[in-house]
Write a protein that binds this ligand. Structure first.
Ligand SMILES: C[S@@+](CC[C@H](N)C(=O)[O-])C[C@H]1O[C@@H](n2cnc3c(N)ncnc32)[C@H](O)[C@@H]1O
Length: 277
């Protein structure tokens, strides 16, 4: 097992399902979960999985990953297992955000309800430049769902909500959000990654950092603690560090652990440079 531990970073190459029970109760302010969606398949595609389409915000590679190959039963059971632990380790005023698509969103919603994790909002991340449907037999999937939940139940709704910051939030690429207006539940965030985000390579389901940045604008806690159970390329950990939080993360695959480590180290070096400049 490899690890990268620093003052504000706790990154482990480890199965998060084994790691979670070792974490303290009521410890984290925010948790951003981008789990396996169970969208991969053992079926052979009739098109080349390296197919690249130009003109949709860059090159696209189709995703079919072993770590994403979950049966429906596995998907439900593992969602329940990690959510139950996340409920234990998140503070009573903390927030958990969970990414999903139609493959796993039903499981996530049901598990939240079974565990009495109150759903605050269901956000639709609208991907204006989403990958076209190659088969021509379905609509083009152009959104993902993100649930914002807290553990206080209906009686203790003292979760952190940076209401004014969420109103002030502005991104020129979002055609729906106006500065000074309440944040809506539809976020228009093109699925583009900047050169900085891809500096050390890419992950097949890497999120644009703007999604995590927006989540933290809404409920981030300066000097607080962020947990990222499924690290991938480290996007959410990078956003957490840049927001001013300490970050904890777990990733099974060596390749992605190393990618995340490089991204995180760059942020830390830049932070140090700006501190001493
Ligand atoms: C959906 S991706 C996360 C992508 C990430 N949001 C990003 O922007 O790069 C999920 C990641 O979780 C990892 N993973 C899957 N099961 C895991 C487990 N049980 N413990 C730790 N990591 C796991 C996979 O290897 C994959 O890299």
């Amino acid at each position: 097992m490899s690890e990268y531990v620093d003052d504000r970073v706790h990154l482990y190459q480890k199965d998060v399902i084994e790691a979670l029970p070792q974490l303290q109760d009521d410890f984290f302010d925010v948790c951003i979960v981008d789990p396996p969606y169970g969208a991969s398949t053992t079926n052979n595609w009739s098109y080349n999985e390296n197919a690249k389409l130009k003109g949709f915000g860059g090159d696209w590679k189709l995703t079919n990953e072993l770590w994403d190959l979950l049966s429906q039963n596995d998907s439900f059971q593992s969602t329940f297992a990690w959510l139950k632990e996340l409920k234990r380790v998140i503070k009573s005023n903390g927030s958990i955000w969970i990414h999903s698509t139609y493959h796993n969103s039903g499981f996530v919603n049901v598990c939240c309800q079974l565990l009495d994790l109150e759903i605050i909002n269901e956000v639709v991340w609208y991907k204006r430049n989403s990958f076209p449907n190659l088969s021509g037999r379905r609509l083009t999937a152009s959104h993902e769902t993100i649930l914002w939940v807290h553990k206080g139940g209906a009686k203790h709704r003292d979760y952190v909500f940076n209401y004014e910051a969420s109103k002030e939030y502005y991104s020129s690429s979002d055609l729906l959000k106006e500065r000074g207006k309440q944040m809506r539940t539809v976020w228009d965030i093109p699925n583009n990654k900047s050169k900085d985000e891809m500096l050390f390579g890419s992950h097949p389901t890497q999120k644009p950092i703007k999604v995590a940045e927006r989540i933290l604008a809404i409920c981030g806690v300066k000097d607080g603690r962020l947990l990222v159970p499924f690290v991938g390329s480290g996007t959410e950990m990078v956003a957490g560090l840049q927001y001013g939080m300490s970050v904890w993360g777990y990733e099974l695959e060596e390749e992605y652990f190393n990618l995340a480590k490089k991204r995180i180290r760059t942020v830390l070096n830049n932070t140090q440079i700006s501190l001493f400049a």
